[in-house]
Design a binder for this molecule. Structure first.
Ligand SMILES: Cc1cc2nc3c(=O)[nH]c(=O)nc-3n(C[C@H](O)[C@H](O)[C@H](O)COP(=O)(O)O)c2cc1C
Length: 234
């Protein structure tokens, strides 16, 4: 067990880790990670999440093969996109190399965590007051848009808990294109959606520091376009 680290140290160093030792992760540590996950908020406090911990080697192999197939597709999309301006050529090459490594090595992680949400049927339109019915189409479009919002806070807790416990992980979503195949491997019912594949294990690479565009580049004061001061107050 690693020594406790501070919250901000965890936030600043919990980088995406994709290279893992083959050592198994003790079950109680995974339970602890999940106990952090379920402290997250969910819309209406519904807690309609389920987490599947895949340790079975054959299932990991099958899921990794689906991830590989999906990543071939995703990489073609990446290749057609320009490099983000804030990344140097070296940083971008590093990102591609690290992501590419996982395409072939997802199954090396001793556990793959699959965060899921059970789909919730919206109320029937006719059961609602007229004023709600009038905007219901917009409401339903918004529900579609925010569908992941009840699982991503839990996923971030998983990332931070892994960091705190000396584990590594990364959120990946490439599999979604072939999600039904992942669901078939794991016996996930039709009314449940998967949101990520998160390999978890003891990392062979170092934690952060995480470099990001500075706050002043991504923040406005009071209205769009009004600069937020940089770290020096200017
Ligand atoms: C919504 C989302 C989807 C992602 N999907 C993948 C993925 O499919 N494969 C992967 O290797 N990394 C994936 N990532 C990780 C990002 O590539 C990573 O966070 C980013 O490159 C920054 O890396 P860093 O956190 O180590 O600085 C995803 C991240 C997010 C937030």
């Amino acid at each position: 067990m690693t020594a406790d680290i501070g919250l901000f140290e965890a936030i600043y160093t919990a980088r995406s880790l994709r290279h893992f030792k083959s050592d198994p992760v003790p079950q109680e540590l995974i339970t602890k990670v999940l106990d952090a996950a379920i402290r997250a908020s969910s819309g209406g406090n519904t807690q309609h999440w389920t987490f599947i911990v895949v340790r079975d080697a054959e299932k990991r192999r099958q899921i990794a093969a689906i991830y590989r197939k999906a990543s071939d597709y995703a990489s073609a999309v990446y290749a057609a996109r320009p490099k983000p301006d804030h990344l140097t050529d070296e940083q971008f090459a590093q990102f591609l190399a690290n992501s590419g490594y996982l395409w072939d090595h997802m199954a090396d992680a001793p556990a793959i965590l699959v965060p899921c949400l059970t789909k919730r049927e919206p109320p029937k339109r006719a059961s609602l007051p007229d004023v709600v019915q009038a905007r219901y189409a917009d409401h339903l479009a918004n529900v579609q848009r925010i569908s992941g919002s009840s699982i991503y806070p839990a996923i971030q807790n998983i990332i931070l808990a892994c960091r705190g416990l000396g584990l590594g992980t990364v959120i990946t979503t490439n599999h979604i294109l072939y999600e039904n195949e992942v669901k078939a491997v794991l016996g996930i019912p039709d009314n449940v959606a998967t949101f990520a594949l998160m390999p978890i294990g003891y990392p062979t690479r170092k934690y952060g520091p995480l470099t990001r565009k500075p706050v002043s580049d991504v923040t406005y004061a009071d209205s769009w376009g009004t600069p937020w001061p940089d770290a020096t107050g200017n």
